[in-house]
Design a binder for this molecule. Structure first.
Ligand code: GLU
Length: 487
């Protein structure tokens, strides 16, 4: 493998949704491939028929593409090593299992479920440190083996793990890793339904697909010695391994569905931007070693190295995700945000309103710094989509003074005279009215904000005036003056 360009893979078992941990694995593989000029492979590991979910593979591919990891070699983007869906490769696994049987590294096991259960109970009773298959079928005579096989008795194929020295391998994240060989059971390689187990299919495919680096979650670390033994049995060169740290809930328990959403789809549906999710997930177990958290996908590609992946579990902190979401909103152009707003508009109660692009852009411009989600614009600044129907009582009590109605009507008159509606002209008009009436600007600004928005917080008042326009501002002033009473 000297000088070979890295080939890495994301090998999910399609479950019906993309787990955040799965996205992290996919992303690190992708970043590593892009950083090194290597190839990112997508392989679908769907050999567990009990967990088969209709349409799950297609959905997974759609999410990966949506999120921006579409540049893969795999289903639909066929390369030289397909098929990339394991259920389409059954013959390959059988050939390889047979090869192992022939050279004594594997054997057929005809034991009934009942025998296996009894064996387990027996071993548990004896308090053996490990419950292991006793190699009963390995020691059957050749004649009995042949007879059972030829009569069509149901069997599984097991790996023949021989006693020996420790299984030792190097992991890029965890350094030297050791496992006692005696603790490893004779793994099933082919199940009685003829499908391979994860271990066999995974190793055979990683080899045949020329995978150079196996980058996957730490939960697979205990499988790796079994894989190492399989590589030995086939006489193949080991890939490099990198096991990524566990993802943890804030209470340090393993990230689970019980404590919140784990599906990438759910986060996207809640309005998190894909850029924010990518950025957030990239930092779950890796850092560039700098004082910053905001990264674009391109920056991540440039900075990513496996050497900087941490060993310690990474805590999933949803507040950080929300913060990053706001940062990524601010990094977007008004035109990009306009697209998002227009996409979301039909899902809001304002769907029948007519809001020209220039109008929406002006609203977005004024709110950009204040949005945690793009959809906040419909709530935080509802007044861009409909005139206020009520006025915040606390603000009325605080800001609506004896002269507010009179002053606002004068302001409306001054606004009426403006030919060129610019922020500066509205501001100048307000200052002039304040001066003539010998009041501070605040005596006009606060009631004006209340009149046009119904609330006391938001972007600069002249931004709101500019967005809704002179005529609408005047209408809202008149309506507020009729409704709000000084008490
Ligand atoms: N199919 C396994 C999974 O669902 C793949 C593990 C690996 O990358 O080896 O994550």
């Amino acid at each position: 493998m000297i000088n070979q360009k890295p080939r890495v893979r994301f090998a999910p078992s399609p479950t019906g949704y993309l787990h955040i941990g799965g996205l992290r694995t996919a992303l690190y593989n992708y970043l590593f491939a892009k950083n090194t000029g290597g190839q990112f492979v997508l392989r679908i590991e769907d050999t567990d028929r009990n967990r088969f979910v209709e349409g799950a593979t297609e959905q997974l591919i759609d999410v990966l593409k949506f999120i921006g990891l579409e540049d893969f070699e795999g289903p639909g983007n066929e390369g030289d090593f397909g098929p990339y869906i394991q259920s389409e490769r059954l013959e390959i696994y059988h050939d390889h299992a047979n090869q192992l049987i022939e050279n004594g590294h594997a054997y057929r096991c005809f034991c009934s479920q009942e025998r296996l259960l009894n064996l387990r109970e027996e071993q548990q009773k004896q308090k053996l440190p490990q419950v292991k298959y006793d190699k009963h079928c390995l020691y059957l005579s050749d004649e009995v083996k042949k007879q059972k096989f030829e009569s069509g008795e149901s069997f599984v194929v097991r790996l023949n793990i021989r006693p020996g020295i420790k299984v030792i391998f190097n992991d890029i994240v965890r350094d030297r890793v050791e496992f006692d060989r005696d603790t490893i059971d004779d793994q099933v390689l082919i199940k009685s339904d003829g499908f391979p187990t994860y271990h066999l299919a995974n190793v055979v495919d990683d080899h045949l697909m020329k995978i150079t680096h196996v980058i996957r979650g730490e939960e697979w670390l205990t499988s790796t010695p079994k894989h190492v033994i399989l590589y030995e049995a086939f006489g193949w060169e080991l890939p490099k391994f990198a096991h990524l740290p566990l993802l943890l809930n804030p209470d340090k328990s393993k990230l689970s569905k019980r404590q919140g959403d784990v599906a990438v789809e759910d986060y996207l549906a809640k309005g998190y931007l894909k850029e924010a999710l990518i950025n957030f997930v990239a930092l779950l177990g890796w850092s560039a070693g700098e004082q910053k958290d905001f990264y674009t996908l391109n920056e991540l590609i440039q900075k990513f190295t496996l050497e900087r992946v941490h060993k310690a579990g990474a805590v999933f902190n949803v507040e950080k995700l929300s913060w990053l979401n706001a940062e990524h909103i601010r990094a977007k152009s008004i035109d990009e945000l306009l697209n998002y707003v227009k996409q979301e508009l039909p899902n809001t109660k304002y769907k029948n309103g007519n809001y020209p692009d220039a109008y929406l852009k002006s609203a977005i411009e004024s709110m950009k710094e204040r949005l945690n989600f793009v959809t906040d614009i419909f709530e935080k600044s509802f007044y861009y989509f409909e005139p206020p129907t009520s006025y915040d009582e606390a603000i009325v009590a605080k800001r609506w003074k004896e002269r507010s109605a009179e002053l606002l009507l004068k302001l409306a008159e001054a606004f009426e005279m403006i030919d060129e509606p610019t922020k500066e002209n509205f501001e100048f008009a307000l200052h002039t009215v304040a001066e003539k009436n010998e009041v501070g600007n605040g005596q006009l600004i606060h009631p004006l904000r209340l009149a046009i928005s119904g609330i006391g917080v938001g972007p600069g008042v002249y931004d709101i005036v500019l967005t809704i326009g002179k005529d609408e501002t005047i209408r809202r002033i008149k309506s507020a003056v009729e409704t709000i009473k000084f008490e």
